[in-house]
Ligand binder design. Sequence first.
Ligand code: SAM
Length: 245
Amino acid sequence: MFAPERHRQLAGLLDVHPASRVVDLGCGSGHTLTEIMARLEVAGVLVGVDARRQRAPDALVGDPRLRLIVADLDQPLPFAAGQFDRAVCHNVLECLAEPDAFLAEVWRVLAPGGLFVLGHSDFDTIVFTSDNLALTRRLVHCYCDTTQKWMRRSDGTTGRRIAGVAARSPFAIDRVHAWVNVLTSLEPGSSGHEAAHAVAHVGRRDPRIGDHAVDGWLAGLERLARDNAFLYSVNDYAVLARKSP
Ligand SMILES: C[S@@+](CC[C@H](N)C(=O)[O-])C[C@H]1O[C@@H](n2cnc3c(N)ncnc32)[C@H](O)[C@@H]1O
């Protein structure tokens, strides 16, 4: 979450070829789609799937290689067997009722030799530099443990579980990657600002924390940022899985 580099890293792991047929499962607003498309040429095909209707990202509006589909990933995927060469799914698995059934479906729609990148942040590993360590811990745990309005279910520690989910799937596992991207800006529009305010938003709605404490926490982060002492990071994990040729 909140790390632009993450989408480049996911697209890099996918190792797409200029004419690959690629699907992004739970594409959201399409940051990963943009990174993947940059690696495709005219014969490539890119499909984004999400439960909610999504607009194409600005850079891809009108691109004939992109198709956006509304579908529920808790149901069989609306694709033929072997239809794709590459599949990616990032920060979605925690919302799914049956992760094992989902991975079996991804395996089905990939061609033999196809690659699947299953990525997830582990929200219990969020770090903010703050003078109030106790409140930071409470806010991070609250964020990690909160099922947000757009989710049917959640598990903020899914990042540490994806290797196990992949290991019991039909895929062969090439490697488990871990990334920590460090962000030091709290400027509006930056990823650090977005992360701090997402965590603050959840804290405000928790009666054990509330507005007053959250306002003080944010003001503390601003002070540290003015002294160039602000830091935000989260651990992100990704499994590179392969369907045997
Ligand atoms: C945290 S966002 C991640 C978006 C994108 N993959 C990324 O990394 O930026 C999770 C996305 O999964 C979608 N999603 C959650 N449950 C879903 C389901 N059962 N079927 C399809 N999409 C789902 C949500 O609508 C949302 O866009």
